[in-house]
Design a protein around this ligand. Structure first.
Ligand code: 6PG
Length: 482
């Protein structure tokens, strides 16, 4: 018989999603472009190994691949984001018929997805840009799925995608229709931004315990492990505590042997760029992107560390150190809450700008399992967003505004100590600065406006006059009058 769904691209994510689909009772057609200069046929070797004795249909050409599918055809593209996606679309569209569905499961930029949905619509092909999170294990055992694009496709995709997705704590699938155009890939992009920030916040806690509290690495791992059994329970904390316990062949912590220069594939950067373009503050996520960038200038850092030295501080005594461990835990909760607030606010803003009607509470729900940022905290976050019907800002919700009152003093304590010790905590500092800006009725932007008006006659509004009335002062001559 013919295949129920096709998977184009058998990289790590593609092959694991294919196995997941097959395990759920679907006959899966497979195709992988032949790699020039490489003899090995990826489809055949997959069928001889992991795919052996399973319900797969291996194909050797795009024509055979498309021909092997039951109409209306469903094709999941798992190719590298960027030009490759357009190339594959151009290759497949002449072979497809009106009503067929193309799903892009890669980390594509949402603007590319908007363009592709529109282009394929003209050919009556339904294009879906789907965020897939959870890495290799997620793809195989249950990812978090964020589809968006051509809504017509959703009816026939829903049963399949919800079948293979992870389930939330209530047993519902971590897969929901996000919205039209690029909404799915946009939400996945913000997920990755939050991922960057959460990783950075955890890394700053580790750095604080190592540099300020001078704790052994293994012990830091034990602290993370204990945090992970509480409110901070999350995938990223779980893997971090495991990482910190792994030793190399000399019995020393492996993590300390890893070059401290972080890479990135681009989704974090895109999140920051998009937020800047839309005029939405995204300081924590952006500080996490910049932190990776700073880390990559290893040579410059070595050079400047010799030139500039560091502030001298006494190590803390053990009583103080243990109090700081408790403070750090609260600081991390505050950081995570404010990062989520920042991320959801951005989703809300862009969703309004694009008319995507993204249901924030549903996004919080599909992130509760399967994805990299899954955490216990997303349960109350979802409740808060639901209760205050997609509140414009998480910090406006009763639950989180009250919660932060207790956490912020600890964050201040940690951040200011880190600053005194010269230990950089950019994510924590930005969490705090953001919190302080949001809760400040008064900011010094009046002075900024005066400066703008001074040198550029940009005009200003007044606090004692209605909004929309603009004033200009001849600042250089104003003094002469007094
Ligand atoms: C996920 C991850 C996944 C991947 C990204 C980010 O949700 O499963 O976000 O998509 O890890 O490629 O990687 P970088 O850190 O390289 O940007």
């Amino acid at each position: 018989g013919k295949g129920n769904i096709g998977v184009y691209g058998l990289g790590v994510m593609g092959r694991n999603l294919a196995l997941n689909l097959e395990e759920h009772g679907y006959r899966v057609s497979l195709y992988n472009r032949t790699v020039p200069g490489k003899e090995e046929d990826i489809v055949s070797s997959f069928l001889e190994e992991e795919g052996k004795n399973k319900d797969f249909v291996g194909t050797e050409s795009p024509e055979a691949f498309i021909g092997s599918l039951k109409p209306p055809r469903k094709v999941l593209l798992m190719v590298k984001a960027g030009d490759a996606v357009d190339k594959v679309i151009d290759q497949l569209t002449p072979l497809l018929s009106p009503g067929d569905i193309l799903i892009d499961g890669g980390n594509s930029h949402f603007k590319d997805t908007v363009r592709r949905v529109q282009k394929l619509q003209e050919m009556e092909i339904h294009f879906v840009g789907m965020g897939v999170s959870g890495g290799e294990t997620g793809a195989r055992r249950g990812p978090s799925l964020m589809p968006g694009g051509s809504k017509t496709a959703w009816k026939s995709l829903k049963p399949i995608l919800q079948n293979i997705a992870a389930t939330d704590p209530e047993g519902k699938p971590c897969c929901t229709w996000i919205g039209t155009e690029g909404a799915g890939h946009f939400v996945k992009m913000v997920h990755n931004g939050i991922e960057y920030a959460d990783m950075q916040l955890i890394a700053e806690c580790y750095h604080f315990m190592r540099e300020v509290l001078e704790m052994p690495i293994r012990e830091i791992g034990t602290v993370f492990e204990s945090w992970n059994s509480g409110e901070l329970n999350s995938y990223l904390l779980e893997i971090t505590s495991k990482i910190l316990k792994v030793t190399d062949d000399k019995g020393e912590p492996l993590v300390e042997k890893i070059l401290d220069s972080a890479g990135q594939k681009g989704t974090g950067l895109w999140t920051s760029v998009s937020a800047l373009e839309s005029g939405t503050p995204l300081p924590t996520i952006t500080s996490a992107v910049f932190s990776r960038v700073f880390s990559s200038f290893k040579g410059l850092r070595i050079n400047l560390s010799q030139k500039l030295g560091e502030p001298s501080q006494q190590p803390l005594d053990s009583g103080e150190a243990s109090r700081f461990v408790t403070a750090l835990e609260k600081a991390l909760i505050a950081g995570r809450v404010i990062t989520l607030a920042e991320g959801f606010f951005f989703i809300k803003q862009l969703s309004e700008e694009k008319n995507w009607n993204i249901d924030l509470a549903e996004v919080a729900r599909v992130w509760q399992n399967g994805c990299i940022i899954r955490s216990e905290l997303l349960i109350p976050v979802r409740k808060a967003l639901q209760a205050e019907i997609n509140s414009s800002h998480l910090l406006k919700t009763e639950l989180f505004s009250m919660k932060l009152l207790d956490l912020i003093p600890e964050l201040r304590n940690v951040a200011s100590t880190a600053i005194q010790y010269g230990v950089p905590v950019p994510a924590m500092s930005n969490v705090l600065a953001q919190y302080d800006m949001l809760r400040s009725e008064k900011l010094p932007a009046n002075l900024i406006q005066a400066q703008r008006d001074f040198f550029g006659a940009h005009t200003y509004e007044r606090v004692d006059r209605p909004r929309g009335e603009y004033f200009h002062t001849d600042w250089s001559n104003a003094n002469d009058k007094t």
